[in-house]
Design a protein around this ligand. Structure first.
Ligand SMILES: [Zn+2]
Length: 375
């Protein structure tokens, strides 16, 4: 029944993608995209509720009580500079395909009357690329009452081929941070009267590079930028700022790593008579999925693509702000569909292209998975 629906609406679904592809918009500015999606969903009798300026939810309700099952789609594009030096926007990460799949999943669930118990909620989220869109939707109450949440992302050709899919995409967590080393200024001729922040920073770098965590789990902490010194050379500098790019495969590992960094920088800076503070900047949590939700996707993938095309969960170094929903509600069960699409040369490349035909089986998998949770 679902496969027939996909066949019948194939051209319309691909047209939705083509329409969205023509209106790429930057995070929190997805006005045309959001209006387009809302209008189509409403035209199919689906309830739409605005959450933020461009973010909204759309719900298909059953007649019996039951769980609230979510499907999150990101809708933003990426900024690039064209040959004339102007900023332009391109859907170089396939979020237009995710929005298409989510919209048509809701339409199929509604038209085929597949929601019996509870409801299915589409979360159309802005600004994934800014890594703050999920937080804006959570703050606006978009995740209130959710029991489960599914995500989807097309995959680069190096990870999966068209016609293949995996029921989990294990994103790592990332944290950007700064270490500020405070010393004491002095004349270059009398260094013993000061505390050289550059000496402190050098020791801090060594200390960070001497941290070890279990090598069986992926993690890294790198110093990626350093600033110190003033306008004159014969002055002992009193301040140095280091930037860190920190990654960990799990949130527990990230916590352990940040604790070790704090201890390391404090001790190292004090050896040079300085103090150091760690300032945490933008961060994205790591994936933390639920096995029953992963299993639901796996069954759906096997049904639509065949068992031989159901691949093992993928570990990827990339991140996605999808995992903020789980951090906001630890009881939320999540899983994430990694959809093979032959995307090349790679995501975030302005020339990225993929096999758009995979939008049809991708939508089919999501309808199967969500319908199985509300039948
Ligand atoms: Zn993306």
């Amino acid at each position: 029944m679902i496969a027939e629906f996909m066949n019948e609406h194939k051209n319309e679904i691909l047209q939705t993608y083509a329409d969205l592809h023509k209106i790429p918009e930057w995070g929190f500015e997805e006005f045309k995209t959001s209006a387009y999606l809302q209008e189509k969903l409403k035209a199919h009798g689906i309830t739409v509720t605005k959450c933020t300026e461009t973010g909204f939810i759309a719900e298909v309700e059953g007649t019996e009580t039951g769980p609230c099952i979510g499907l999150r789609a990101d809708i933003d594009a990426l900024p690039f500079t064209n040959d004339k030096g102007e900023t332009c926007y391109i859907h170089a990460c396939g979020h237009d395909s995710h929005a298409t799949m989510a919209m048509w999943t809701l339409i199929a669930l509604k038209e085929l009357k597949l929601v019996k118990h509870g409801k299915v909620r589409g979360i159309f989220q802005p600004a994934e690329e800014k890594l703050t869109g999920a937080l804006s939707m959570i703050k606006a109450g978009a995740a209130k009452g959710l029991d489960e949440l599914y995500g989807v992302h097309i995959r680069p050709i190096q990870e999966l081929r068209s016609g293949q899919a995996a029921p989990a995409l294990w994103h790592g967590g990332s944290t950007m941070a700064e270490v500020v080393v405070h010393g004491h200024p002095a004349h270059g001729a009398r260094p013993h009267l000061g505390a050289n922040a550059i000496d402190g920073a050098a020791l801090v770098i060594l200390a960070i590079n001497s941290i070890w965590l279990n090598p069986a789990e992926p993690w890294s902490a790198k110093v990626t930028r350093m600033h110190s010194g003033g306008a004159i050379v014969n002055l002992i500098p009193d301040k140095a700022v280091l930037s860190l790019d920190i990654r960990a495969a799990s949130n527990a590992l990230m916590e352990e790593l940040l604790n070790k960094i704090k201890i390391a920088i404090t001790g190292a800076a004090s050896a040079a008579g300085c103090t150091a503070e760690l300032i945490i900047g933008d961060s994205v949590p790591a994936a933390d999925y639920d096995q029953s939700a992963i299993d639901a996707l796996a069954v759906a993938i096997a049904t639509v693509l065949g068992k031989e095309n159901l691949l093992k969960p993928i570990i990827t170094p990339g991140s996605d702000d999808f995992h903020q929903y789980k951090v906001a509600d630890s009881k939320l069960r999540t899983a994430f569909l990694a959809l093979g699409s032959d995307a090349k040369p790679g995501l975030h490349d302005p020339h990225m292209s993929f096999n758009t035909e995979v939008i049809i089986p991708g939508t089919n998998i999501l309808v199967e998975a969500l319908a199985s949770r509300v039948k």
